[in-house]
Design a binder for this molecule. Structure first.
Ligand SMILES: NC(=O)c1ccc[n+]([C@@H]2O[C@H](COP(=O)([O-])OP(=O)(O)OC[C@H]3O[C@@H](n4cnc5c(N)ncnc54)[C@H](OP(=O)(O)O)[C@@H]3O)[C@@H](O)[C@H]2O)c1
Length: 233
């Protein structure tokens, strides 16, 4: 009876992930998003699935993260735990080093590094209580220096590279937690755009396979593709 918590589920990969997870009655799914009242598709999904619970969570606000933790504790009760914590929420950005503004760099860093770090630290007691202890930070192939993708999407790539290092550091600090980064592939979502290579339902089916198969010894502290191949940092 695994319990999943996913950030950024109003649309895109996060919404598809909670859709596929909630389709299995054995899963308890906590779908978090910035503004549940405007997340219509998520609301419809929650009305159709008793095992899907929507909780407000803006990962850039410490207060919101704390409130979400209290709400999740209340929902799960005293013996509650989280088996899979998926830091999926993200924001795109298209500029290069030539035109990246300090404000955009800060926004990217807050969303892709500070937010996931605070979500991890705040929800850690519930992850520790879980039997799987799997934490996934959803990164991007653009964050890889080894793949040598070039100058595009500078602030986004730099922040996701920060997320990669955050994940490595966390894995070394907490050697009993299966924490890793995953590049979800180029997926047809608002961020990925219509020319992306893969549909969200196919991509997410592969993500779930990777998450469910993840093992401490083989996966922790590493950079995985959605197809389960190890990527260069
Ligand atoms: N699609 C791709 O090809 C691709 C490729 C590589 C990596 N990724 C990564 O995959 C993840 C999901 O991307 P996607 O394609 O599904 O993007 P998307 O369609 O733009 O969805 C992004 C989601 O993140 C949420 N979000 C943004 N900032 C947030 C915040 N501060 N607090 C809580 N939620 C927040 C958005 O919620 P709101 O409705 O509140 O804005 C939305 O639900 C991201 O981390 C992205 O960087 C995607």
């Amino acid at each position: 009876m695994p319990t999943w918590l996913v950030t950024g589920t109003s649309r895109g990969i996060g919404l598809e992930l909670v859709r596929q997870l909630a389709a299995k009655d054995a899963n308890t799914v906590i779908a978090t998003c910035r503004s549940p009242s405007s997340a219509a598709a998520l609301g419809e999904l929650a009305s159709a699935h008793k095992n899907l619970h929507v909780i407000p969570l803006d990962i850039t606000s410490e207060e919101s993260i704390r409130e979400a933790f209290e709400a999740v504790k209340g929902l799960l009760g005293p013996s509650g735990s989280i088996d899979y914590l998926i830091n999926n929420a993200g924001i795109g950005s298209g500029e290069t080093i030539v035109d990246a503004t300090p404000a955009e760099m800060e926004r990217q860093f807050r969303t892709h590094v500070i937010g996931p770090m605070l979500v991890f630290r705040t929800f850690l007691p519930l992850v520790e209580a879980g039997s799987r202890k799997v934490v996934v930070n959803v990164t991007s192939g653009l964050a890889s220096i080894g793949l040598d993708i070039g100058p595009k999407n500078a602030s986004y790539s730099i922040a996701k590279a920060g997320m990669n290092m955050l994940t490595y550091k966390t894995a070394r600090q907490y050697p009993h937690i299966t924490i890793f980064v995953m590049d979800p592939g180029w997926v047809k979502t608002e961020m990925g755009g219509p020319d992306a290579m893969i549909d969200a339902d196919f991509a997410v089916s592969k993500h779930i396979q990777l998450y469910e198969a993840a093992k401490l010894e083989t996966h922790a502290g590493k950079f995985w593709s959605y197809e389960g191949k190890e990527l260069p940092w």
